[in-house]
Design a protein around this ligand. Structure first.
Ligand code: ADP
Ligand code: NA
Length: 330
C-alpha cells in the first residue's frame, strides 16, 4: 500500500523552542518510517513581518532551522527536506489560491487577528499567508499535516480553500487533515501558563521559553523559576495551569503515561518535579545540540541536502501545478 504523505513546516524566524519540539518535531521524528514525509523550511512565511527581516539573518536562519531538523533526528534519506523559496511553485499556486479565497475567511483567522494587533502596520502578506500555507500543503498531495493545536484552524482553511477551488475549476487536490498530538500540542509559557510558548514572546521575555540551543544553566533557571502556585498538587486533573504545563512537558519527553508521571511525583513538592524536568530536558537537548554543531560545521553537506531536497520537491510540485494550469487555463 502507498504510505501516507505527510507535509509540515516551520518558519525560520528565530530559534526553535521546546513547544516547537514537543508539539511538532518530536512527532515528525517518531513517525519518520511510517509515512512518506516532506518537511519544509517556510522562509516566504517569515517575510510576513518585513520590519523584522535582515537578509543575511533570514538566509542563515533557514540553514540553522534545517540543521535543527536534522539534529532532532530527521534523516534526510528518509525525509524530503527543503527550503520553500527554492521551489517556485509555492508562490505560483499561492496566487491562484488567493484568487479563490474569500477575503472574510482570511480576516477570521485568529492568528491574523492577534498578530495584526501586535504590529503597527500590517502587510497584506500577514493576511493572505494561510493561502500560501494551503499551497505548501496542497502541492504535495498531502494526506496529513502534523502540527500543534495553534495550526488547526489553518489546516481547516486549507481544506475549505481546496473545496472551493474544486467547485470553481474542478477536482485537482487531495484534501489533507491536521494531526494534532494528544500530548504536548500546546506548550505554555513558563513565565505565564495562560499564553502559548512562542518565538516572538521568547525574544523579549527571558524565562518565557526554553530554546533548543539554550545551555544547561539557562534551562535550569527558566524551569526552576517557572510559575506554579503555593500548593503541592501534582495530580494532573487537579493541578494549576503552570504545574500541568510542567507535567505535560515531562510526559511528552519521557513518553510515560500521565499515571506513571503522577506516581513519580506523588507527595513531593514542585521542586522535585522541576529538578527532574531540568534533567529530562537537558538529556534531550544535550545530544541534539552536539549533532547541531556537527551539522553546522559541514555547511557544504547541509547545502547538498537542501539542494537535493528542492529538486525532489520540484518534481512533485510541478506535476500538481500542471493539473492546476489545466484546470484554470493559465
Ligand atoms: P511559533 O508559533 O513559535 O512562531 P511556528 O508558527 O513556526 O512557531 O510553529 C511551528 C510548529 O510548532 C507548528 O507545528 C506549531 O503548531 C508548533 N508549535 C508552536 N508553538 C507551539 C507550542 N507552544 N506548543 C506546541 N506546539 C507549538
Ligand atoms: Na505558530
Amino acid at each position: 500500500a502507498k504510505k501516507t504523505r505527510v507535509f509540515s513546516g516551520m518558519q525560520p524566524s528565530g530559534e526553535l523552542h521546546l513547544g516547537n519540539y514537543v508539539g511538532a518535531l518530536q512527532h515528525w521524528v517518531a513517525r519518520q518510517d511510517e509515512s512518506d514525509n516532506i518537511f519544509c523550511i517556510v522562509d516566504l512565511h517569515a517575510l510576513t513581518i518585513p520590519e523584522q527581516i535582515d537578509a543575511r539573518a533570514l538566509h542563515d536562519n533557514a540553514r540553522k532551522l534545517a540543521a535543527l531538523y536534522l539534529a532532532s533526528g530527521l534523516d534526510p534519506e528518509r525525509n524530503l527536506i527543503f527550503i520553500q523559496s527554492h521551489v517556485r511553485e509555492h508562490s505560483e499556486l499561492a496566487w491562484i489560491l488567493n484568487c479563490a479565497t474569500p477575503l472574510g475567511w482570511l480576516q477570521r483567522m485568529t492568528q491574523f487577528k492577534s498578530k495584526a494587533q501586535q504590529f503597527e502596520s500590517t502587510g497584506t502578506g500577514l493576511l493572505i499567508y494561510p493561502a500560501l500555507q494551503a499551497a505548501d500543503i496542497l502541492l504535495y498531495d498531502t494526506d496529513a499535516v502534523p502540527v500543534g493545536e495553534d495550526q488547526r484552524q489553518h489546516i481547516e482553511l486549507t481544506r475549505d480553500i481546496a473545496i472551493r477551488f474544486h467547485r470553481l475549476f474542478g477536482e485537482v487536490f487531495k484534501l489533507p487533515v491536521a494531526v494534532i498530538p494528544e500530548v504536548g500540542a500546546r506548550v505554555m509559557g513558563l513565565d505565564d501558563p495562560e499564553t502559548k510558548m512562542s518565538k516572538s514572546l521568547a525574544v523579549t521575555r527571558p524565562g518565557h521559553a526554553i530554546n533548543l540551543l539554550d545551555d544547561e544553566k539557562t534551562i535550569r533557571k527558566a524551569i526552576m523559576s517557572a510559575v506554579t502556585d503555593s500548593g503541592r498538587e501534582t495530580r494532573f486533573a487537579h493541578a494549576s495551569p503552570g504545574v500541568r504545563n510542567l507535567l505535560s512537558i515531562y510526559q511528552a519527553l519521557t513518553r510515560e503515561p500521565m499515571s506513571a508521571v503522577e506516581a513519580t511525583f506523588a507527595g513531593q513538592g514542585y521542586g522535585a518535579l522541576k529538578k527532574a524536568l531540568v534533567e529530562v530536558v537537558w538529556e534531550t537537548l544535550r545530544p541534539l545540540q552536539a549533532r547541531y554543531h556537527e551539522i553546522m560545521a559541514d555547511r557544504a553537506g547541509l547545502e547538498a541536502v537542501l539542494t537535493r531536497g528542492a529538486e525532489r520537491a520540484r518534481e512533485i510540485a510541478s506535476a500538481t501545478m500542471q493539473r492546476v494550469r489545466d484546470a484554470t487555463g493559465v
